[in-house]
Write a protein that binds this ligand. Sequence first.
Ligand SMILES: [Zn+2]
Length: 216
Amino acid sequence: MTGHKPRKGTTAQTTDTPFAGLSIQGESAARRAATIWATDSEAADYTRSQPDGVVACRERGRHQYPATRGSITEGPPFVDITPEGFYVREIPCDSCRHVNEDGTPGLPRVIRREVWDVKHKRGVITGQPQLVSAKPQVVDPDYLNPKGQGRIKPRQVRQAVVGEALAGQGIKDLRQRIIRERDERNRLITEAYERQQATQAADAERAKLAAVPDAG
Ligand SMILES: [Zn+2]
């Protein structure tokens, strides 16, 4: 052996940046593959423990922020200024925020933090402000699933909710009930159409009679 040991620096670099050397597309694919996903039972536990609004955001895979026009009130549209001089807006997600006991919107769990560049010249604001970045930020750790568990996929949430609705039911009862209710629904729809057609036919008949000149 002539001592061709890998240099320390080389090894460390490979471990620290596992995505080095990949294209941007390759890198994001590799990141997705490297993501730790929650198991179905972890997702089910999470879904059971969270209120409807939070489960809705998880199922959509996105949050529901109010439109910009609706969320701008009187006064400055910003809540903060960064040390670099950028302006900050914080918009709470309407779906997953807490709800107060009296039903009014409570503290947010997730906000969208927008960073704006407001250009000015000689003390006067010029041109349109530019949106530099807009990222969701979890402000209440309650939104996250327990530490050490992976990310939850929207389909896992959907499966957990339907699974909860089915829990403990017999498959035979389930099937019979579905078929019974389907047949009943179809019967009502058919009857409604028949009634509608009868009414239309009667109306047409009356219109025809009214159009005939009175021979008497
Ligand atoms: Zn949300």
